[in-house]
Write a protein that binds this ligand. Structure first.
Ligand code: AMP
Length: 142
């Protein structure tokens, strides 16, 4: 049976404003905020506002809206953190590595010779997340 979207996932709570995040960007369709357990310096998440579990049940129109935003944030993140490259990641269902069941995309700055840290390895210092969100907002505005 196809899994259903559940309204109590942590990103739905962030979208409702029930819990805080280190916000980088928001428009009518999406929000972007820092990942609290970054796999590399500057790891940011892009979350469409429309409810879907992941790529498999998403409205294709939403995907079309999100793609330009992914590019914009990837360019800003590369510049903000002096990265050498960007990994764009997206996981679907538990078997695919997904842990939060509201569609989201990972934009992960990459640095030559630096391996990715483990997924969900531990919480980053909130001051670091806050400073990185500010750097990204500045790069977006530049
Ligand atoms: P995944 O569902 O595996 O694609 O990844 C979910 C991501 O959400 C992980 O990288 C977590 O570190 C991140 N995460 C979980 N809770 C929060 C939160 N409250 N704020 C920001 N990021 C979160």
């Amino acid at each position: 049976m196809k899994a259903a979207y559940e309204n109590d996932n942590i990103f739905a709570k962030i979208l409702r404003g029930d819990i805080p995040c280190h916000k980088v960007y928001e428009d009518d369709d999406a929000i972007a905020f820092m990942d609290v357990m970054p796999q590399s310096e500057g790891h940011v998440l892009v979350v469409p506002k429309a409810a879907s579990r992941n790529l498999l049940d998403a409205d294709p129109g939403i995907l079309a809206t999100i793609a330009p935003l992914l590019q914009k944030l990837a360019i800003a993140a590369k510049s903000a953190f002096g990265a050498d490259g960007i990994s764009l990641m997206q996981f679907n269902e538990g078997a695919g590595g997904q842990t939060v069941f509201h569609l989201h995309f990972h934009i992960i700055p990459r640095y030559d010779g630096v391996p990715l840290q483990a997924h969900g390895r531990g919480m980053e210092d909130p001051d670091v997340l806050s400073a990185n969100a500010e750097k990204l907002r500045a790069a977006l505005a530049a």
